[in-house]
Design a protein around this ligand. Structure first.
Ligand SMILES: [Zn+2]
Length: 224
């Protein structure tokens, strides 16, 4: 099988995994994987996300033009292409509508350093609400994401990126689990046990360094 075909199958597997985890909803969310420097595979528009097959995926160029597949591609194709254009190191993108992370994005809660993952969310960037599917949303997400790996879309959902599908999906899982924990800790009432400030600062620095290394390695570049 060609590398391009293998990427399409991984996209099917990852989309199903995210659906089973409740991160991508029946009609909400979309996933993509780079198929080369100037093109990527993306989930199709307006389809139930729970049973998508590899043959349903659509290959598009960075302008969003369909190169292969029945189409039409995801309505957020412009969001994906804006990120791929801005970040050569990004090999895969997950845009999801996870319950807890979306809820988290609606409030300006202080992020208590209750776990190492929570520490990494300390300065998580967020994009103001913009109409889904627009070029403006793609432009802002790419801008606010910068060199990072995660961005909240207020009143909408989240975007995580990675060198490959595994990394982008893992980041989405970790984000949702952490937001769930933080929100539950908040409703428990009493002040939760927190990691001390010096250790939280050390963890944050380690996280930032790891992201920088991942970005430099650019695991996804050239993935067929
Ligand atoms: Zn969405």
């Amino acid at each position: 099988m060609s590398e391009r075909g293998a990427t399409r199958i991984r996209l099917e597997e990852t989309t199903r995994e995210l659906f089973r985890a409740g991160l991508v909803t029946p009609t909400g969310g979309n996933v993509s994987a780079r198929a080369g420097p100037e093109e990527f595979w993306v989930t199709p528009a307006a389809r139930f996300k729970g049973d998508l097959a590899a043959s349903d995926m659509v290959r598009v160029d960075l302008a969003g033009q369909v190169l292969e597949g029945e189409g039409p591609p995801s309505k957020e194709t412009l969001l994906h292409s804006a990120i791929y254009r801005a970040r050569q190191d990004v090999g895969a993108i997950v845009h999801a509508h996870p319950l807890f992370a979306t809820l988290f994005g609606l409030y300006s809660f202080p992020v208590l350093p209750v776990t190492a993952d929570a520490v990494s969310l300390y300065d998580l960037p967020a994009v103001e609400f913009l109409l889904p599917g627009t070029r403006e949303l793609g432009r802002r997400v790419a801008e606010v994401l910068g060199e990072g790996s995660t961005v909240l879309l207020r009143n909408h959902g989240v975007v995580t990126v990675g060198g490959d599908l595994r990394q982008a999906a893992d980041r989405c899982h970790a984000l949702e689990e952490t937001c769930r924990l933080l929100l539950l800790a908040r409703v428990m009432g009493e002040q939760p046990a927190s990691i001390s400030e010096p250790l939280a600062a050390a963890l944050f620095a380690i996280h930032a360094r790891k992201e920088e290394v991942d970005r430099r390695i650019g695991r996804g570049i050239g993935e067929g």
